[in-house]
Design a protein. Structure first.
Length: 195
């Protein structure tokens, strides 16, 4: 998959990581970027085509995001990037509900990857910890630059990767998966939490 000359659609494109994806797509040579947001008037990246889409509204998703997979298939394939989290693999008590949702989303991403492979559509999961965005403004500690994360995700798509680990914490947690709970939760034995 090459970004240069491609047509892309980004949800949440009016701020944070979504806005950085729009910018990174243009930097990588995308010919056209549709920028989805609940309020399209808040899309400010020059050249982006604002589209009304609300991922919490089933009809909105059906009309925009789900409509893309068949179009990609008719055009010989493409790529989808699903923004997940390091919490797809590990949970912390204060974010258990979020972690459960991201874990389920990872499972759906894996199913999509298999279902869309035959039509030539690559599905890439993006795993990252905290980002330096409005969403994590109250979090202290290391945060990844959303522009760097967007560029890493697009590089992963071009490289054909199924999973992009966009920061060190995601790499550490994924590396601990084979060790099971003892490695994922060192605090059970008096150690320091991975996240």
């Amino acid at each position: 998959m090459k970004i240069d000359g491609s047509v892309a659609f980004v949800t949440g494109a009016n701020r944070g990581l979504g806005e950085q994806f729009v910018k990174a797509l243009f930097e990588a040579g995308a010919a056209k970027v549709y920028a989805g947001a609940r309020d399209p008037a808040k899309v400010t990246v020059p050249g982006a085509v604002p589209v009304a889409v609300d991922i919490t509204d089933h009809e909105s998703v059906r009309a925009a995001s789900r409509a893309f997979a068949p179009v990609l298939g008719r055009n010989g394939g493409g790529a989808l990037v699903n923004v997940l989290s390091v919490l797809s693999w590990v949970s912390i008590p204060v974010s258990a509900g979020y972690a459960a949702a991201k874990s389920a989303e990872w499972s759906v991403t894996n199913a999509l990857r298999v279902a869309l492979a035959e039509q030539g559509t690559q599905v890439t999961a993006l795993h990252v910890g905290y980002l330096a965005t409005e969403m994590a403004a109250m979090v202290s500690g290391p945060k990844a630059d959303p522009g760097d994360v967007a560029r890493a995700a697009l590089a992963g798509v071009e490289a054909g990767l199924h999973e992009v680990l966009a920061d060190e914490v995601s790499k550490q947690v994924q590396a601990a998966l084979p060790g099971g709970p003892d490695e994922l939760y060192p605090q059970l034995h008096g150690g320091q939490s991975l996240v």
